[in-house]
Design a binder for this molecule. Structure first.
Ligand code: PMP
Length: 356
């Protein structure tokens, strides 16, 4: 705290990301990164960008990242005018809150969800109300009906539960809220969900947000995008061009294009993560955990007899890190990122030892 701080800064409660440990040899299952490397084509594109004419780095990148918008549009069968790109989906989401969710009425999101949403509300002065998840931790679309609001946002699958909402339920929400933007944050959709992107042609109030951090193994590159009606995209461009004209650097643009184009590698990595997730779910089930059905690259699990914070600590003592949220309703859960088969085997062995 300092007398130089603005009132806005005094009032902020910043988001706290999962730990990025500096210690070697930890099994890192705490921030939902992909255990597999990025597409070799993405790595080759970075190399070519640097080898080709590294002096190009003296020039600004394309402020509109048109090549990347074209690659995303092609992958999803939409038009480039329906695509917005940003420096990680966190930046895209920040612009969404400012451009499309800041209205007179409070916005709605689930009581258990991505904990960055209330932080953006704090930053931009947006009122919000939370809507309780059902007992089984799923979103009930009826709870978002007949409640005037300034917008709706939720991840699908939800975070940190991993639970999936079906597309027809999302469509019902869009129809019930024609005068607000419904934002579906599909950070994890490639691990078992069906994307709502095809619906953007029919609903001008739908915005779908994606990231290349998870299913395309590029968390370190920082690339995310949104798909929606061109008028929604224009709103995001207006905010972006009032904030930072060049959110994606030259290296990020070429690598993201190559990653989008390498469909075979993407599908192979997603299938591997899904297979390991199902095996891990079975292993934890045998150890007595309740595991929520996950359509993501992480699982959310609790042990009826063991305290989650103590389990997290015992795992850490064995060099395995998972995420524990000290929050109402979920403080007895652990969120465990799906790693490689070997990492998940090590986690299972460690839990077996701890639980005995
Ligand atoms: N949405 C959700 C639901 C997430 O869990 C995350 C990752 N923390 C993000 C968005 C942001 O991902 P990124 O900024 O890496 O694209």
């Amino acid at each position: 705290m300092s007398r130089f701080w603005s009132q806005v800064v005094r009032d902020l409660t910043p988001y706290v990301p999962g730990e990025q440990p500096k210690i070697a040899n930890l099994i890192k299952l705490n921030t939902n990164e992909n255990p597999y490397p990025p597409s070799p084509r993405a790595l080759a594109a970075i190399q070519a960008e640097l080898d080709g004419d590294a002096a190009r780095l003296r020039l600004y990148p394309d402020p509109n990242a048109d090549l990347l918008k074209a690659a995303i549009a092609k992958t999803h069968g939409i038009a480039p005018q329906q695509v917005f790109v940003g420096n990680g989906s966190d930046e895209v989401l920040a612009h969404v809150f400012m451009a499309l969710l800041k209205h007179e009425q409070a916005i709605l999101f689930p009581d258990i969800t991505y904990s960055f949403y209330p932080v953006y509300c704090g930053l931009y002065g947006i009122e919000y109300q939370t809507v309780a998840l059902a007992e089984d931790f799923t979103i009930n679309p009826d709870d978002y009906r007949g409640r005037p609001n300034g917008g709706i946002i939720f991840p699908n699958p939800n975070a940190p539960t991993g639970c999936l909402l079906a597309l027809d339920a999302i469509e019902a929400m869009l129809k019930a809220n024609p005068d607000s933007v419904v934002v579906v944050d599909e950070a994890y959709v490639d691990f078992g969900g069906e994307s709502a992107i095809p619906l953007i042609n029919r609903y001008d109030n739908l915005l779908v947000v994606h990231t290349l951090s998870k299913s395309r193994s590029l968390a370190g590159l920082r690339v995310g995008f949104a798909a929606g009606h061109p008028a929604l995209i224009e709103a995001l461009e207006r905010v972006k061009n009032s904030f930072n004209s060049y959110p994606l650097d030259r290296v990020a643009i070429v690598a993201a294009v190559a990653a989008m184009e390498d469909r075979a590698y993407f599908e192979q990595c997603c299938q591997a993560v899904i297979a390991t997730r199902d095996a891990l779910t079975a292993t934890l089930g045998k150890l007595g955990f309740d595991v929520l059905p996950s359509a993501a690259n992480f699982i959310f699990a609790r042990h009826p007899q063991r305290d989650a914070a103590e389990l997290a600590k015992a795992l850490r003592d064995r060099s395995i890190i998972v995420r524990h949220f000290k929050l109402p309703r979920i403080d007895q859960f652990l969120r465990i990122t799906v790693g490689t088969d070997a990492e998940c085997q090590a986690l299972g062995d460690a839990l077996q030892q701890i639980i005995g």
